[in-house]
Design a protein around this ligand. Sequence first.
Ligand code: HEM
Length: 183
Amino acid sequence: MVGLIHKILFNMLESTAEPEVALEIRRRAEVPADKDFHINEVYDDEEWRRLFAATIDVLNITQEQAEEVYAEHFIKDGQQRWPVWFTMAKTAREFLTRQPKIHNGFATSQQDPVLRSAIDDKFHVEERDHELVVHYQSPNKLCGLYKSLAKEVLNLYQEDAQVDEACCMKQGAPECEIHVRWS
Ligand code: HEM
């Protein structure tokens, strides 16, 4: 997982909780207190999963709640860090269609082909009339985060669309299939 994701998690904790909370999360996730995460470097997926699980535990919230709070911070951070992605897209559909390309941009900076394809292959978007069908496959099983982020993007563009999941890796499906449907 690219360090950007960790960085946003720690920024979120810094702005919402006492410093001891982040330290406790690191302790439970077995991540050294002084370990720094750099936005363009790739870190172990397993370590990220431990950090996210420890966050849910320590904050005593559900995974869904954690994904919602994280998505809110993620979009705010993204708007400041990469405003061009937001100005380029005139609609939520345009933004969500481009999302896999944005992710693959992070992959191209990776020299290691295995790490590169681990980022590259997570998302595929199928375009239909009034609908996007997102195929998502990842050991991190963050389809809930996808749905929260998609809703944040829809809010940002003041659009109304239904976000549903037709099948999910957590229920044993080979991939998650998320439908974003505009009425
Ligand atoms: C400026 C906009 C965005 C940037 C720069 C960005 C960047 C990233 C990066 C670098 C990762 C880590 C990738 C990896 O290590 O595999 C990531 C993960 C993720 N992003 Fe985005 N993202 C953006 C917008 C979005 C949006 C709008 C969505 C959904 C609608 C989304 C959904 C996700 C999900 C679900 C993951 C976790 C993937 C996994 O590890 O399974 N992102 N994003």
